[in-house]
Unconditional design. Structure first.
Length: 276
């Protein structure tokens, strides 16, 4: 692992040596888009020792008409406090494999002001592959009194994005993290009432570009090639989007690793822009 990736990801071996650290909160954020398969099923089958189930479904704003939008400040504080996380805790997140919704969890904590947070490289599957210990115990913490403040400057709404698109400003780049086939409109969107297509002048960097075939974060050289050499994003204001704001956070995570400034999430994403 590149030394510059420290502070963003942690290896299975390194995590295994820190499991007894009382300041670490390990979150099992495995999550499925399939509502018929509750994510806690996987957690109950087995999980990394001391990890707490993180139900991403409790971290959406259900007052919104859109799918998967960020919770309000009040909603976030209540949900995090119910888990038992304190502001001084170091948070480690793990996904099923690679980086899917873990980057969304990372971004969410960051945008609400929690800085000490990393992602397990390769996720649960890499941990299992290394033959490290597992458990079935349901872990819970006492309710905490978490404090948070939403950093709205890292978010862009539809009206602002429409203005940017209409002005065709070269200082901005709109990056769509969906698959190439969805970006090009070759396959239907998974949600009803959403048309095929893409935002005008946007470019496509599928969220899978930030990790390799084993679910491990790509090297700095590869990330630089993808984001700077192939797509010329260096120095631009990057607006990240996807289907509903989840995998768009992979783009933001990679750009943060590359020390790129001025990155924004369009949380409504194609679920809002492509609404029929």
């Amino acid at each position: 692992m590149d030394s510059d990736l420290k502070g963003f990801v942690i290896s299975s071996e390194e995590l295994s040596s820190q499991l007894n650290d009382q300041n670490i909160i390990l979150l099992d954020s495995r999550w499925s888009l399939d509502a018929k398969y509750p994510s806690i099923i996987d957690y109950k089958k087995s999980h990394i020792p001391s990890s707490i189930f993180f139900d991403l479904n409790k971290f959406f704003d259900y007052s919104s008409k859109l799918s998967h939008t960020l919770p309000t400040e009040e909603q976030f504080i209540r949900a995090v406090s119910n888990i038992g996380i304190n502001n001084k805790n170091k948070i480690i997140i793990y996904d099923a494999n690679g980086f899917f919704n873990s980057c969304r969890v990372w971004f969410m904590f960051k945008v609400f002001g929690h800085e000490d947070i990393v992602i397990l490289d390769g996720g649960y599957e890499n941990w299992v592959k290394k033959k490290l210990p597992l458990e079935k115990k349901i872990n819970r913490l006492k309710k905490s009194h978490y404090k948070a403040s939403l950093k709205k400057q890292f978010l862009i709404g539809k009206l602002k994005l429409e203005e940017i698109v209409n002005n065709q400003s070269d200082e901005y780049a709109i990056v769509d993290a969906r698959s190439e086939s969805r970006f090009l409109g070759k396959e239907p969107e998974p949600r009803k009432g959403i048309r095929k297509g893409k935002i005008k002048n946007s470019i496509n960097i599928p969220y899978t570009k930030i990790f390799d075939s084993e679910g491990l974060i790509s090297s700095l050289d590869i990330l630089k090639k993808v984001f700077f050499d192939e797509n010329n994003l260096k120095g631009k204001k990057v607006i990240s989007t996807c289907g509903s704001g989840i995998t768009a956070c992979n783009i933001l995570f990679a750009l943060q690793i590359l020390s790129h400034k001025k990155n924004f999430l369009y949380d409504g994403s194609w679920a809002e822009w492509g609404k029929i």
